[in-house]
Design a protein around this ligand. Structure first.
Ligand code: GLA
Length: 704
């Protein structure tokens, strides 16, 4: 429970800035050398009593990680630098003079100027009245006037923020790793006394790593313990370097771009970084996730209060083999099951009969849709569903009219072989004419075909990025991503009813920046429910269930070959924004009937899953259970999955610590009434059927 609203104070005598959030305090001091240095981030206390942070010059071989608010390449600082610059005369690094601060409502800005060169940095902080999340970013300005005789400043690194945790002798790092079809695997490892780099060098957020991490002292659990976690809002390449020193201090610095890139800052220009948000919570990993979910719902997602529709997507059913008749048939079956949105996936445009051709030519394939897409859109609308369309706007096949007309529009280097991945190349959206062409094409597609939903895909990373002869060739790594964001923002503004699903070969571009302009993300191309349990467990560390698309597909699963019961597949997918993705023409009548019943059941618990509080009870290995609670405690849903039975043992009762001890709860299915105290402390028998792939949905209503 929040104990006080957020506030920011700056004590000029002490040079001490204090950011107070409802349950935490963040404090920094302006050091004698003009650099803002970290003092405290954690439980509420009076930071005035805390000692000044050490200065890096205190000893000639200082090993302690410098607790800078933004680590700078400067003097006796040898740790990972969040700001690295080189001036036209060859001098590198910055030496700050503190210019002053500004507090404006929930925002604090610290203004720093280099002592010898026309460079200023503003370190920016934002707090919100109802949240412990602190948003931070940096603005770097070349202060020479454009006409002055001062050349561009080369920026080798510009991080959004550096963070410092208190000494944690057994520091543990939680982070997400994986690959295509195995995204968001949660790893919880002891942090070595070393620099640990989490990064993407791909131009996309990445399947293999996510720009989120959590730190604890090695003892935190789902329910208890201090956790410091941070998330970067950026959808391109990024890097976070965590530095644990031998004394036990852990700092980390992060921002956009990967190592080796550099940007040119011209006179008069400001480079603004993405937001790197941080959160301290004393309530364990579960508490941290719920606080992040709250942040994402209140400050990130554009339409958090809208129910995510139950969608049907044709990809696993028809692949590239799409046509009007087949899609109309699937749409009819999907509507019969209770789907609210029908999404036509890949294969509908240009010469797209496989993945070798057509990307870039966003006009319906005449053999498949002789009268365009409108008849299908009208049919889908007539069935009472919204109409969605798959697009991959940043990409082009070499075998496409667009590429033949504009071969120079792709990322390429005239002296290097072009790397084709999935037979495709990346359009260089940092070129204004390309951004404009992509935006206009999408605008036309949406407008002409009554499209309610776009699934925006990106099926390959960048290669050969950086135009030969361009004065600032690496700028494409920032500008392409910004163009993607801009196009999404503009489309939403111009088509207020339009919803967008983020996708990049599954969960390859999922982050707080893409979710600020999309409604949900396609979590993974792996729809096997057993694998999904682990994927969903990782996804939910930062992001709420309403943003996690989860489909029920065919059995055996097309990727893994595993056969699982329909009910199990549904129960796993019900933990997010439910979708259907199987070939419904091959489902038996009794399967269709069961599916319709399960869709209806999902709709009953949808408000809890999509808008309630999520508590991970167990998992993701063995028996896994997730509890979704209405904020007002009126209703609860618990999803339980057991992929394999072991030794014939009955599972232990599931404790439900989120329930109120003094309340009573009724199971609407059985009519049984339970004491809250009993469910909290002794638990509820999940009463799973025998055998593998057992699952259950348990509902509880508050009964007084
Ligand atoms: C990617 C997506 C899939 C599907 C295919 C179509 O892999 O993640 O869901 O849309 O592209 O080619």
């Amino acid at each position: 429970m929040p104990s006080a609203p957020s506030a920011i104070t700056f004590d000029a005598t002490l040079g001490l800035a204090v950011l107070r959030t409802p349950n935490s305090v963040y404090a920094l001091r302006i050091g004698a050398d003009g650099s803002p240095r970290h003092v405290h981030w954690g439980p509420v206390l009076d930071p005035r009593g805390l000692p000044h942070p050490h200065s890096p010059a205190d000893s000639s071989f200082e090993d302690e990680a410098a607790a800078d608010e933004l680590g700078v390449q400067s003097g006796a600082r040898f740790g990972p630098a969040g700001l690295q610059v080189r001036f036209p005369d060859g001098t590198s690094g910055a030496q700050w003079r503190f210019l002053g601060h500004r507090v404006d409502g929930g925002e604090l800005r610290l203004r720093l100027a280099d002592r010898g060169y026309p460079l200023t940095a503003e370190l920016c902080y934002r707090v919100h009245p109802d949240s412990d999340v602190i948003e931070r970013w940096t603005e770097l300005t070349h202060t020479a006037a454009p006409g002055d005789d001062f050349g561009p400043i080369t920026v080798h690194r510009l991080d959004s923020a550096s963070w410092t945790a208190p000494p944690l002798p057994d520091a543990r790092l939680s982070h997400l790793v994986g690959g295509w079809s195995s995204e968001f695997q949660l790893h919880r490892d002891r942090l070595p006394v070393a620099e640990t780099v989490l990064t993407s060098r791909r131009g996309l957020t990445g399947h293999h790593a996510s720009p989120w991490l959590a730190l604890d002292d090695g003892t935190a659990t789902e329910e208890r313990g201090d956790v410091w976690s941070t998330a970067l809002a950026w959808s391109g390449s990024w890097r976070i370097t965590v530095h644990r020193d031998p004394v036990g201090r852990t700092t980390w610095t992060g921002g956009f771009g990967h190592e080796g890139l550099s940007w040119s800052l011209r006179p008069g220009e400001t480079l603004r970084t993405p937001v790197f948000a941080g959160l301290h919570t004393p309530d364990g990993f579960g508490g941290a996730s719920r606080a992040w979910h709250h942040h994402v719902r209140t400050r990130v997602l554009p339409e958090p209060d809208r129910d995510r529709p139950v969608l049907y997507n044709s990809w696993e059913a028809t692949g590239f083999d799409v046509d009007q008749e087949g899609q109309c048939r699937l749409a009819g079956l999907a509507a019969g099951l209770g789907a609210e949105l029908f999404v036509l996936d890949d294969g509908w445009f240009g010469a797209r009969t496989g993945d070798h051709a057509g990307l870039g030519d966003w006009t319906p394939r005449p053999e498949a849709f002789p009268d365009g897409l409108r008849p299908l859109a009208d049919h889908v609308h007539g069935l009472g569903m919204a109409f969605g369309l798959w697009v991959e706007p940043e990409m082009v096949n070499a075998d496409s009219d667009l590429y033949r007309a504009h071969p120079d529009w792709v990322l390429h280097s005239p002296t290097r072989d072009a790397t084709e991945l999935r037979h495709q190349l990346v359009l260089d959206l940092s070129r204004p004419e390309v951004e404009d062409a992509v935006r206009t094409t999408l605008d036309r597609l949406v407008g002409e075909n009554a499209v309610d939903w776009l699934k925006w895909d990106a099926n390959r990373p960048f290669t050969e990025a950086g135009r030969a002869g361009h004065p600032d060739p690496d700028r494409v790594w920032i500008d392409h991503t910004r163009a993607v964001h801009r196009i999404m923002d503009r489309l939403r503004a111009d088509h207020p009813g339009l919803r967008i699903e983020a996708c990049a070969g599954g969960g390859g571009r999922v982050d707080l920046a893409v979710l600020a302009r999309t409604d949900q993300a396609w979590t993974s191309d792996n729809t096997d429910p057993v694998d999904r349990i682990a994927i969903q467990h990782g996804f939910g560390q930062l992001l709420p269930a309403q943003s996690m698309a989860a489909w029920v597909t065919d059995s055996p699963n097309g990727l893994t070959g595993r056969a699982t019961p329909l009910r199990f597949r549904f129960h796993v997918a019900m933990a997010g924004a439910l979708g259907l993705g199987g070939d419904l023409t091959r489902w038996r009548p009794e399967e269709l009937a069961e599916a319709a019943r399960l869709v209806a059941e999902y709709k009953r618990i949808r408000p809890l899953v999509q808008h309630g509080l999520q508590h991970r009870l167990t998992g993701p290995d063995g028996l896994t259970a997730v509890h979704y609670a209405a904020a007002d405690d009126s209703e609860h849903a618990v999803l339980v999955w057991r992929p394999t039975t072991r030794f014939g043992h009955r599972p232990a009762p599931l404790r439900l610590p989120a329930l109120h001890a003094a309340a009573r709860y009724r199971d609407p299915e059985t009519g049984r009434v339970y004491d809250g105290a009993l469910l909290r402390h002794c638990g509820l028998d999940p009463d799973l059927p025998p055998g593998d792939y057992a699952s259950r949905l348990i509902r509880l209503h508050r009964a007084g």
